[in-house]
Write a protein that binds this ligand. Structure first.
Ligand SMILES: Cc1ncc(COP(=O)(O)O)c(C=O)c1O
Length: 388
């Protein structure tokens, strides 16, 4: 059957020149970004400071709404930031860790930057409990649920694990957290754009991620969803004039908080990145997460089959229902193999304890998976000849 999603390939210039299997790290740039950034420069050049009022100030909320639509978030519940670590900091700043309820529970398979942030909150009284993986691929759900108790304030977890692509049971985690009065921050960086995310169905309190991977939106834009009822009452202490009811009144004294999404923002927004994010979000919305997911499950299953045939270790779940868009494959000399693939314009990456990560997106051809695997065969053969 013809793959109808391949008609989008022409919108992504890098696909003509490379075998692009690295959308879990940086999604391919849509051609429309050239015009979006030229539009930004033209606006700055011709409208100057008037651009703030005419377009730029509201852009942070507009892009938040475009992202929100992809995860069934209510209008104006998504603020935009520079990166996920900043989103976590905004969330943390809404809470007080000096009381009895001060525990932070997460898995050691969280993205390290997020772990570094929460570790450092010990200085403010946070008690951090890290639940360890047994196999390096999955998070032990029962142990994570057991760790969430009446002392737990917050549970920052990844929806899809960056190293293995394991999908966590966010619904079960949210249910347990809510039963004991804790909040969940779901990092959807490795899910939104390739795995369906519905923040209302998951009943999650906060969700955050960035646009540069599966959303093809480039670096510099992250998003923070706050459940609308919480959004009305939380007061982030990491704040600034964007969060003020009257930012251009330049009032002295404490913040009078604006409504969401501005309530969760702080300083001057990152306009060029917000402009660059538009074309990617548009194409993902047009293709649709469901079609992307179906293709991703088919292609990642195919990759696993090809790798298994060669006896390489698969560090991702075999069950497609438990696997996001990436397959981590550990073969002999995986780091070197990755370097050799890059030299051949086969773009993948290597992560310790994972191996070579291959991440097809809606624009990849099935033949490209074979190209990458056969290239690994060749590299391994060359290396074995060289060491003989
Ligand atoms: C799950 C996950 N969270 C967070 C990040 C990055 O965090 P930040 O936006 O703070 O750089 C990544 C990868 O870059 C990731 O895979």
């Amino acid at each position: 059957m013809a793959d109808e999603l391949l008609r989008y390939r022409s919108q992504f210039p890098i696909l003509d020149a490379t075998t692009y299997l690295i959308s879990n790290s940086l999604g391919a740039m849509p051609r429309g970004v050239y015009d979006a950034l030229k539009g930004y420069a033209d606006t700055w050049a011709t409208r100057g400071v008037r651009a703030w009022e005419e377009r730029w100030w509201m852009l942070a909320a507009q892009v938040g709404n475009e992202i929100g639509m992809l995860m069934n978030a209510a209008p104006n519940s998504v603020s935009t930031h520079q990166n996920v670590t900043t989103c976590q900091a905004v969330v943390a700043s809404c809470f007080d860790f000096s009381g009895k309820r001060n525990k932070v529970v997460y898995s050691d398979l969280n993205f390290p930057s997020v772990m570094y942030f929460w570790e450092s909150q010990r200085a403010y009284g946070a008690q951090v409990q890290m639940v360890k993986t047994d196999d390096g691929i999955t998070v032990p759900l029962e142990r994570l649920l057991d760790a969430i108790n009446e002392q737990t304030l917050i549970v920052p977890i990844s929806h899809v694990i960056f190293r293995s692509s394991y999908i966590q049971d966010a619904k079960a985690i949210v249910a347990k957290a809510h039963r004991v009065g804790a909040y969940v921050v779901l990092d959807t960086f490795q899910s939104l754009g390739t795995v369906p995310v519905d923040v209302q169905n998951l009943e999650v309190d906060f969700a955050c991620g960035g646009v540069l991977k599966w959303l093809c939106g480039g670096p510099g834009v992250a998003y923070l969803y706050v459940r609308p009822d919480l959004g009305k009452k939380l007061e982030p202490k990491f704040t600034g004039w964007s969060a003020h009811q009257n930012p251009f009144g330049f009032e002295i004294g404490p913040t009078r908080y604006a409504e969401p999404p501005f309530r969760f923002m702080n300083g001057t927004p990152h306009i060029p990145s917000l402009e660059a994010a538009g074309p990617g979000l548009k194409v993902i919305a047009e293709v649709g997460i469901q079609r992307i997911r179906e293709k991703s499950q088919r292609q990642t299953s195919h990759l696993i089959k090809l790798a298994e045939k060669r006896g390489w270790q698969i560090n991702s779940p075999r069950d497609p229902a438990q696997r996001g868009g990436t397959v981590s494959i550990d073969m002999p000399d995986a780091e070197q193999v990755c370097r050799e693939l890059l030299k051949r314009d086969i773009l993948v990456d290597y992560r310790p304890k994972a191996g070579v990560r291959m991440a097809p997106h809606f624009y990849n051809k099935d033949e490209e998976l074979e190209t990458a695997i056969v290239a690994v065969d060749e590299v391994l053969k060359e290396r074995s000849v060289a060491t003989r």
